[in-house]
Design a protein around this ligand. Structure first.
Ligand SMILES: [Ca+2]
Ligand SMILES: [Ca+2]
Length: 297
């Protein structure tokens, strides 16, 4: 009984002190900017100011402990200006060695030179953990190991704690115009994904009820519009009735969709009625149009 009680207390205590997993974060630095979820990294070594000489983002709370615990490392990148060159863009995995913190560089771009990245093209790195093409540079830890496979890097630094992980662009100086720009999205570090592009909701097209009815009246034509919505003589109250109907729809986007559909229906009905109404009065034609439109929506 006492043992059970002790176990119970220990369990309860452990539940209280168990570390809460922190949400992983990405922090841009240097000349980095973020727009619609995409990270833009600029290295401009030719303009006034040094802030934008290098750019990047540092990723925290990814759950990575030692270098060997890093199991996924990937990114999608788009070199808009001018190329991959001189070790940029790259991941930088900082490890705690017995002689201080050192960086393991993991180069992005095609091996073995890590230059020749197609411009204005999204390049998917794939998971670089396990890569055997010599893109791990551990020369800060051991001289002469700048062209290492993942297996070689793992053997050298696998047990060292990781103190930070970054993605860096800093080779502006290597180009004629002293400027390098790389867009980055979908950075994956173990279970975390950073810089997921946002789908921007359409800024046009959504309409309030009055806007929807005004557009519909123009698109359908006054006759069809009055036939569709009017309930009194000549359908003169059509606009008011339309606004009431449109107000019952869920939102501006739904109204926008409805306007398109109704306009298409009006085109169909107008054509159908025209074919059958050669000798009919205007009133009879309107009625036929009304019947057709009511059938459609
Ligand atoms: Ca600069
Ligand atoms: Ca450039």
């Amino acid at each position: 009984m006492r043992r059970l009680l002790v176990v119970g207390i220990v369990t309860a205590f452990a539940a209280v002190i168990a570390p809460v997993a922190l949400a992983a974060t990405a922090t841009p630095f240097g000349g980095a900017t973020v727009s619609d979820g995409i990270l833009t990294l600029v290295s401009n070594t030719g303009d006034v100011g040094t802030t934008n000489d290098a750019s990047g983002a540092t990723f925290s709370d990814t759950g990575v402990t030692t270098f060997s615990s890093l199991t996924t490392l990937s990114a999608e990148f788009n070199v808009t200006d001018d190329d991959c060159k001189a070790g940029s863009p790259r991941f930088q995995v900082r490890v705690q060695t017995p002689t201080g913190e050192k960086n393991v560089f993991v180069y992005l771009g095609p091996a073995p030179s890590f230059t020749g990245c197609a411009q204005n093209t999204w390049i998917v790195s794939g998971n670089l953990i396990g890569a055997a093409d010599g893109r791990f540079d551990t020369s800060q830890i051991q001289a002469g190991t700048q062209v290492s496979t993942y297996a070689q890097a793992l053997a050298l630094v696998g047990a060292y704690p990781v103190t930070s992980i970054s993605l860096v662009v800093d080779s502006g100086w290597a180009f004629t115009d002293t400027e390098q720009t790389v867009l980055v999205r979908n950075v994956k570090i173990n279970a975390s994904t950073f810089y997921v592009p946002q789908t921007t909701p359409p800024t046009t097209g959504g309409m309030n009820p009055a806007q929807a009815c005004k557009k519909l009246r123009t698109d359908m034509g006054l006759n069809a519009f009055r036939a569709a919505y009017g309930t009194n003589t000549n359908g003169a109250n059509a606009f008011g009735k339309c606004v009431s109907a449109m107000a019952r729809l869920k939102n501006d986007a739904a109204r926008s969709t409805a306007v398109t559909k109704l306009d298409q229906a009006a085109d169909r009905c107008t054509n159908t009625v025209k074919g059958k109404s050669k000798n009919k009065s205007k009133q009879a034609t309107q009625l036929a149009l009304r019947v057709c439109l009511k059938k459609t929506f």
